[in-house]
Ligand binder design. Structure first.
Ligand SMILES: *Cc1c(COP(=O)(O)O)cnc(C)c1O
Length: 312
């Protein structure tokens, strides 16, 4: 009742998320041949505009923002960021102003690509910054130079903060008793940090980074420390399946994703989900999982209605 609510009535819960998300077994001979079961955890079905882990990570932040009387969300992302689109949509649905800080000042003078155009259509103010500045975005001076409004909640890139990791722990809890191994794609690592913490003893999580090299393991430990007071769960990173790096693809990845869609009738989100499924399938074929293992793949997002515009 006392909660501040910019739009008058809408709260995240009033948006009707489909939770817990469906868990469905698919018959895939590459797994069956090895005595393995493959389950798809359909987080992509949680909400149309805030799909997958974007719902799980944004929801606690949106609730906190409303409770603290904040009217504006400021966050960061690349030119095709799923997180920027989800934040812009959340702003439209819940009555927050949104500011998106976009990596790459060369984009400023050009027509918006489909993803940024959707952010703008949802009312997001886009601010383009050069890559060197973007890399320093967590430094206080850089943040100050962006002059966030006083009533602003600043959400880190990818939405990954302690609140987000706590939100993603629910994903792990929903999978208790249902799988031995859980695969998830990683960008900033917030989803894996929470997922691994929510699983129970004996379950393990495998993260598939879609970016090349880096400090993701340290970042996940930092997020777990902040959210849970220490490193939690049994998790590791499998670094072989970035397919060239963020938003890059390879002929092998494209062939795999097309074939997966043909087998199972599910179009795959290509920046993250396809790489994770290629990784899990390759591990299964390499004999990495003992017969009898149930493998759950988290479908963290949906294939966008508009295909990525490779011409920008
Ligand atoms: C953002 C995103 C991820 C990455 O999540 P992190 O918490 O940043 O690791 C994975 N899959 C999809 C579909 C995403 O949109």
């Amino acid at each position: 009742m006392t909660r501040h609510n910019p739009s008058g009535s809408a709260t995240p819960a009033s948006l009707g998320p489909q939770l817990p998300s469906p868990l469905r077994e698919v018959a895939d001979e590459r797994f069956a041949r090895r005595g393995l079961r493959l389950l798809l955890k359909r987080d992509d079905l949680i909400h149309t505009d805030l799909p997958g882990n974007k719902w799980r990570k944004l929801e606690p932040n949106l609730r906190a923002a409303a409770q603290d009387g904040r009217h504006t969300l400021l966050t960061f992302g690349g030119a095709y960021s799923n997180h920027l689109r989800a934040t812009a949509a959340a702003g439209r649905l819940l009555g927050f102003a949104t500011i998106g800080v976009v990596r790459g000042d060369e984009l400023a003078g050009r027509p918006l690509n489909w993803s940024l155009a959707r952010c703008a259509a949802d009312g997001m103010e886009l601010r383009f910054v050069d890559r060197a500045t973007y890399r320093r975005k967590t430094e206080p001076e850089v943040l100050a130079s962006l002059a966030p409004p006083e009533d602003c909640l600043v959400i880190p890139e990818g939405g990954s903060n302690a609140a987000a990791a706590l939100g993603c722990a629910a994903l792990g809890r929903e999978l208790r008793g249902a799988a031995d191994v859980v695969g998830v794609a990683c960008g900033t690592g917030g989803t894996l940090a929470g997922l691994a913490a929510g699983l129970e003893q004996g379950q393990r999580a495998i993260g598939f980074p879609v970016l090349k090299g880096g400090f993701l393991g340290a970042e996940i430990r930092r997020l777990q420390q902040e959210a849970f007071g220490g490193v939690r769960g049994d998790w590791l990173l499998e670094e072989r399946f970035h397919c060239g790096g963020y938003a890059r693809t390879s002929p092998e990845l494209d062939a795999f994703a097309d074939d997966f869609t043909a087998r199972h009738g599910l179009p795959l989100e290509r920046l993250y989900v396809a790489k994770m499924l290629l990784g899990l399938t390759t591990l299964a074929e390499e004999g990495a999982f003992a017969p009898g293992t149930t493998v759950a793949a988290v479908v963290t997002g949906a294939a966008p209605a508009q295909p990525a515009d490779s011409s920008r």
